[in-house]
Design a protein around this ligand. Sequence first.
Ligand code: PBG
Ligand code: ZN
Length: 327
Amino acid sequence: MDYSIRPRRLRGNSTLRTLLQRVRLNRSDIIVPVFVCEGTRVRREVTSMPGVYQMSVDVAVDWLKQMSQIGFGAYIAFGVIDRTKKDALGTEACNPDNVICQMLRRVKDSGNPMVGITDLCLCEYTDHGHCGPLTADSKTVDNDNTLSVLARQAVNHARAGADIVAPSGMMDGMVRAIRTGLDEAGWKDVSILSYAVKYASAYYGPFRDAADSAPTHGDRRSYQMDYTRGVEEALLEVDLDIQQGADMVMVKPAGVYLDILAAVRQRVHVPVVAYQVSGEYAQIKAASERGWLNESAMILESLTAIKRAGADLIISYFAPQLVDLLD
Ligand code: PBG
Ligand code: ZN
């Protein structure tokens, strides 16, 4: 055997391996998700997401302070609303005193410097669990009637202290409607992180427990994307959202959509965020609990792969656990 090129030479010891690392995960790559519920002193673990909690505003504010102190720079907040406050239109979403607005104000008041991102959607607020008011036949979400509600929700979040709003409902024209709404209300510096590429996915299952947002009938396939189509539709979605004023775009889920993530990264000149979703988290947790996978290794490998594929930022429920792994 006479091979002059032997790639193994550069893998021979750990110093060499460290030297040649290109993709290195940092805390500053990670956006911390938080589920904010009603009440006080509530800290309720999500059954299908061990280690993830629904927290009332007071608990969430303290926890986010800790997250900031250990080096995280951004969070994304989801509202968990009492069933009695839900209705067909998702009215509570536009209540300037709902749990999300309360939390935003208190996080800012506490002097926490983290960038505050809010999920902008109606599925957490509607009694039917869909991402906007329904059409007359109840078969799908009424796209155009949803837009004005999203704009109002965005303005409320901005007023309460949100730095970035993240519309996740996959409504056509949502970014334009929100941008116009924010600008008209004087919030020109509030950014939009669009969930531009969001597939209808079984990987969202545990989230719907966490946010109590499962649709009571049907599914989201008439608005979220179809994973049996090609990458071109993802590129169309990001193009449209950037034309409409998106400051950043998201790809979701992350781990099984790395091809889409890589293509989006090549296409756009804005930051790309990837969402390691609830099902990706639950899979790793469940298999690790059974001793079938090494949890720490899985966390690092899955997140590094997402970063390597092109994510500038990653939303991950592993954030609190990641701290020890990076030290
Ligand atoms: C709301 C929303 C969902 C997720 C983020 N925002 C659920 C859905 O679309 O059904 C999923 C996140 C996750 O699974 O971790 N539209
Ligand atoms: Zn939704």
